[in-house]
Ligand binder design. Structure first.
Ligand code: SF4
Length: 297
């Protein structure tokens, strides 16, 4: 690689880094994810996303006008072959507070889930439970997870296709018992950007297939579908995500979200701008065909 290529690569990386930091900063601001005095427990699995999240949070911590702590936590689930030394060594080089929590959820999952069945459901429930209690133990006020925009959109389609529910992953979530708050600072970040970022930063990534689980096939199918859509129509995943921020309950069909049962007529209310009325007929030049359509409704 010559000097011009080097310079170009550095410039592109700086641009990407700026974009990711801006996205994280905006998500934190929009959802009030981090407040003065927060103790943020950054859950680090060893995958590219959690490494990127930690890296960006530490940078923001230096620049932010508020003071908050970041503590890295890895849950060692005792999968065979898990390289235990990698994360402690990495955290040491960063000079940040960290914990490695040992909990053999791997054996529990192996014992409870019949051969050939998907293990991820029970595994993630056990992981979540352990992390929630650990957060309380160390006084963490927020739990930061490395899910990004593509994860959120994939989850929405998974729930729609396989669970008949319109439900994704929120940027901020209070646990069911109200004892913890989860935040997802990478909510506005795209996976393709995080892949490039991780490559450039050379994070010591730990492979995620150590548990021997079959890849979650349904998620992989949805991922492939979204990649295809995004290739054909760039920006489609961003648009789908934005739709999650712009929901109209009265235009859906959930009777719990909107009171379809009680829609009383109010003839005293102001008319809609385009609604047919004698006043609009006399004052505007309405096309004859439109007039016929309207009166026939
Ligand atoms: S892939 Fe393995 S470690 Fe990850 S959630 Fe599924 S069972 Fe657990």
């Amino acid at each position: 690689m010559n000097q011009t290529d080097d310079r170009k690569e550095i410039l592109e990386f700086n641009k990407l880094q700026k974009k990711l930091r801006r996205n994280v900063g905006n998500a934190i601001k929009d959802y009030n994810m981090i407040e003065e005095g927060d103790v943020v427990m950054a859950c680090i699995s060893g995958g590219k996303d959690s490494f990127a999240m930690l890296d960006i949070l530490l940078n923001l911590q230096k620049a932010a006008p508020i003071k908050f702590e970041v503590i890295a936590v890895n849950l060692d689930q005792k999968q065979p072959g898990f390289p235990e030394h990698i994360l402690p060594e990495y955290f040491e080089t960063l000079g940040i507070p960290y914990y490695i929590v040992d909990k053999d959820t791997y054996s529990v999952v192996r014992e409870k889930v019949p051969e050939g069945k998907t293990t991820c459901g029970l595994c993630s429930r056990l992981r979540r439970g352990t992390l929630y209690s650990f957060a309380e133990k160390i006084g963490a006020t927020k739990l930061a997870l490395g899910h990004h925009m593509d994860d959120i959109v994939e989850t929405m389609f998974l729930n729609m296709f396989h669970g008949s529910r319109l439900k994704a992953m929120p940027p901020k979530l209070r646990s069911d018992d109200g004892r913890n708050v989860v935040i997802r600072p990478l909510t506005y970040c795209r996976e393709k950007d995080l892949i490039k970022y991780a490559e450039h930063k050379n994070f010591p990534i730990i492979p995620c297939n150590l548990c021997g689980s079959q890849e979650n096939l349904q998620r992989q199918n949805i991922k492939a579908m979204l990649i295809e859509w995004d290739k054909k129509t760039p920006g489609r995943v961003d648009s789908i995500f934005k739709s999650l921020q712009n929901v109209s309950p009265s235009q859906l069909a959930d009777t719990n979200l909107f009171d379809f049962e009680n829609l009383p007529i109010d003839r005293e209310a102001d008319r809609d701008e385009y609604q047919f009325s004698e006043a609009t007929v006399s004052s505007t030049n309405i096309d004859e065909s439109l007039f016929i359509d309207v009166t026939n409704i």
